[in-house]
Design a protein around this ligand. Structure first.
Ligand code: BG6
Length: 510
């Protein structure tokens, strides 16, 4: 356990409150809006994170009306178990304007409605456009906003316009560039906020603090002391109701091109000179540029793909991926991948990074393990034998939020023996600190104009450029079916992964 010096904890969750603004949610009648966005905005409102003056305008195809949206969102927020004491106050700022996504006239109407709402709520014209719509509509909506003049900023008057988009940012390099070209027709890069909800997790944000606010870890953070690094994001959930999207995506597009690459970048990038969004993103870009291209002739020495079979989690019987609603019964879409990769730079030369993500695994667990090298010489070899376990630093991202350092200590008693002990810090022990849910953080930062936790287009493109050859090789090869391993739902994935990843849970048990 670590004793916490509470003097370091800032008292306020929101040291800065955003400028007055409107928030337009395209796709306001959809799932994302009800499950995540409105509950997040309501929570920000009750915890003091919203601007003094603001309004939210839902925009979608259905003819919901202000009252309809308020009622629907009240139910959604109540379903999340939120305290509704201040709902009525919040609801007076909720409005709705129908928009036909490919009809410019409806965007011009939206513009007129926004002017009225700016007047009514005392907002100066700044506006955040949130795309809670299917990704195939991003280009259209961004282009239309530009054509309707709704993306134009007025820096002198302090009026900003911002566009928030969710992943997927394309399905390969070419389509991500097309998407970006469409977005750029209306918005400049500084106006675009590409969400990666992993970056908004407290424990993920902490990775840089941990590395660069402590003098004792960074000197060890290189090939000299680190043997290998593993990054795991295991889920118990299956494909749920998202087969339409997931069948086309698979785990490499769904988890690797975005979240896993960000975790890798935070662990492996060089320190920026200052903690400013573009400096941090520059360092991530450099890291992405240093990734060693896959050896396509021996691809399966570095990559294991698999799909879940029927199984059981927590006593509940679960179907195979191929039997899930909407999934092709002969689907070859991978739901699991382990990738062994290398970073070709001075710091990391020769250190393998094992990156794994899968659905329907034994446990929900996102964990980064830094495995240090073994001691160079054991002076205990006569009494203890040769093997002394190497140190390990474990960053538990979720659901457990902890940092643990494992080291060797003397076993109490007369015998000369060692045992592995754990020094750990748990986020939940930080009494008084309020942590924000990922969407609360992302929306608050977008309103503040802070790009730190959002993707920049160069990073998106570099990650696609890195994965594209692999995706192409896997998806076009003649033996695709033979290359796809199987694992039972509720297991730790395919046994084949243990061959390329020494830290695989199967290997740890043995
Ligand atoms: C999303 C993926 O980006 O992240 C989902 O599309 C996945 O397939 C989810 O389930 C995992 O997020 P978290 O925060 O639950 O780890």
């Amino acid at each position: 356990m670590v004793a916490i010096d509470t003097g370091d904890i800032p008292e306020q969750a929101f040291p800065r409150v955003p400028d007055d603004c409107g928030i337009v949610i395209f796709g306001a009648s959809g799932d994302l809006s009800a499950r995540k966005l409105l509950p997040a905005l309501y929570n920000l409102f009750i915890s003091g994170g919203m601007p003094a003056n603001f309004f939210i305008c839902g925009a979608a195809r259905s003819d919901l009306g202000d009252a309809g949206l308020r009622e629907k969102m009240k139910k959604a927020v109540a379903a999340k178990g939120e305290d509704l004491t201040r709902w009525d106050e919040f609801a007076t700022r909720l409005h709705y304007q129908p928009v036909i996504y490919d009809d410019l006239e409806t965007y011009l109407n939206l513009g007129r409605r926004l002017e009225e709402l700016n007047q009514a709520h005392g907002v100066g014209g700044s506006c955040l456009f949130e795309c809670a719509i299917p990704p195939m509509l991003y280009s259209l909506v961004a282009t239309m906003l530009g054509r309707a003049g709704l993306s134009a900023e007025d820096p002198e008057a302090g009026v900003w316009r911002r566009l928030v988009v969710e992943k997927p940012f394309g399905r390969d390099l070419a389509s991500s560039q097309e998407l970006n070209a469409a977005i750029s027709s209306g918005f400049k890069e500084h106006q675009v906020f590409r969400i990666d909800h992993y970056l908004a997790k407290e424990t993920v944000q902490n990775i840089m603090m941990f590395r660069f606010a402590n003098a004792i870890f960074e000197p060890l953070w290189s090939r000299q002391y680190i043997e290998q690094v593993s990054i795991l994001s295991a889920e118990t959930l299956g494909v749920e109701h998202r087969a339409g999207y997931y069948e086309q995506a698979g785990v490499l597009r769904d988890m690797f091109q975005n979240h896993m690459m960000q975790l890798l970048a935070l662990v492996a990038a060089e320190p920026p000179s200052i903690f400013a969004a573009d400096r941090v993103r520059d360092e991530k870009t450099k890291l992405f540029r240093s990734l060693r291209p896959f050896d396509l002739d021996n691809l399966y020495d570095y990559l294991v793909l698999a799909q879940y079979e029927a199984g059981e989690i927590g006593g509940q019987k679960l179907p195979a991926y191929r039997a899930e609603p909407g999934v092709d019964p002969s689907s070859l879409t991978p739901t699991y991948a382990t990738v062994k990769l290398f970073v070709d730079n001075w710091r990391w030369q020769g250190v393998p990074f094992y990156i794994t993500s899968g659905k329907r695994l034994a446990q929900k667990l996102t964990r980064i393990v830094i495995n240090f090298r073994e001691i160079p010489h054991s002076l205990f070899r006569q009494v203890l034998g040769e093997e002394i376990k190497a140190n390990r630093l474990v960053l538990d991202i979720q659901p457990t939020e902890e940092i643990s350092l494992y080291f060797q200590a003397k076993q109490p008693g007369g015998q000369v023996a060692l045992r592995t002990v754990r020094l750990h810090f748990a986020y939940q022990d930080q009494a008084g600190a309020t942590s924000l849910e990922a969407y609360e953080k992302a929306l608050a930062d977008a309103m503040l104009g802070d790009q730190m936790l959002f993707w920049r287009q160069d990073g998106v493109e570099l990650c696609w450029a890195y994965l594209d050859p692999v995706l192409e090789a896997c998806e076009s090869c003649g033996d695709r079916a033979d290359r796809l391993h199987r694992y039972a739902a509720g297991s730790w994935g395919p046994h084949a992964a243990a061959n390329i990843w020494p830290g695989h849970p199967f290997n740890q048990r043995s």
